[in-house]
Ligand binder design. Structure first.
Ligand SMILES: Nc1nc2c(ncn2[C@@H]2O[C@H](COP(=O)(O)OP(=O)(O)OP(=O)(O)O)[C@@H](O)[C@H]2O)c(=O)[nH]1
Ligand SMILES: Nc1ncnc2c1ncn2[C@@H]1O[C@H](COP(=O)(O)OP(=O)(O)OP(=O)(O)O)[C@@H](O)[C@H]1O
Length: 213
């Protein structure tokens, strides 16, 4: 594919990411204006870089004319949560939406990957309105806690450096870090109510202060 063919191919994915970021960030805003604590801490999204699409297509033998059907992470979003239990709440919110359809779920929270990776993945089919009519694209939403995200971000960077083939010392440290992230999530869950009371108190103080400013 030449450059403007890529641009044309990626346009609906860019549009999907722009729309979905607004929609999913909107969920957090709705929680903020209610008195319920938000299960969503923050949302990010990206369109997969062209070089990464080409590498993955080559590794998996995916012909370019099958990319829309077979590569489901060209549009990718992440929803970060404070607590492990929030992940289920977010997944349920996604399942109940009318503006897209959940086509697959992968539970790497319960079934941790061998690398130590934990996250809940939801693949959706999302309708995009274009000049040529409606088209459905696949997008991947990764839902994870802040601790899971910290580990995965560091591991992703190292994976690039070592091409997934870690020296034993690094492998060992990554395993211990995954264990530490797991324990951190457990500890935070134990003091969840305490934390949420404090957050409620803090946001009440903040809004009182604004009223008096
Ligand atoms: N940092 C990190 N991220 C991972 C790992 N495994 C999966 N992911 C993330 O999850 C995405 C999808 O992973 P999977 O559900 O395993 O999909 P897959 O097609 O079997 O494998 P990938 O080649 O990793 O896309 C990846 O593109 C990464 O963003 C991991 O071990 N470490
Ligand atoms: N679903 C997602 N939401 C937000 N960011 C993502 C998502 N998936 C990957 N990213 C980020 O996008 C950047 C480029 O990702 P890229 O697609 O090359 O990585 P990857 O997910 O590891 O890919 P691959 O599956 O091809 O190994 C990285 O910083 C990665 O962390």
């Amino acid at each position: 594919m030449v450059m403007n063919q890529w641009e044309e191919f990626l346009a609906p994915y860019k549009q999907a990411i722009d729309e979905l970021k607004i929609k999913l960030k909107g969920l957090r805003k709705q929680y903020e204006s209610s008195d319920k604590p938000s299960p969503i801490e923050f949302v990010t999204g990206r369109v997969k870089p062209i070089s990464s699409i080409i590498d993955k297509a080559n590794q998996r033998n995916i012909p370019f004319d099958r990319l829309r059907e077979e590569m489901y992470d060209i549009a990718g979003l992440r929803m970060m949560c404070q607590f492990v239990d929030d992940i289920d709440v977010v997944v349920e919110l996604l399942r109940q939406r009318q503006d897209f359809e959940v086509v697959e779920e992968r539970n790497y929270v319960e079934y941790t990957k061998e690398s130590g990776y934990r996250s809940y993945h939801v693949i959706i089919s999302y309708p995009i309105e274009t000049l040529h009519g409606q088209t459905n694209i696949l997008a991947e939403i990764q839902i994870r806690t802040l601790a899971m995200n910290f580990w995965a971000t560091i591991e992703h960077t190292l994976r690039y450096k070592y091409d997934g083939d870690y020296p034993p010392e690094i492998r060992n440290r990554l395993e211990r870090a995954a264990e530490a992230a797991f324990l951190l999530d457990e500890e935070m869950s134990e003091i969840r109510e305490e934390i949420q009371e404090a957050q409620k108190y803090y946001s009440r103080q903040k809004s009182n202060k604004h009223k008096h400013d």
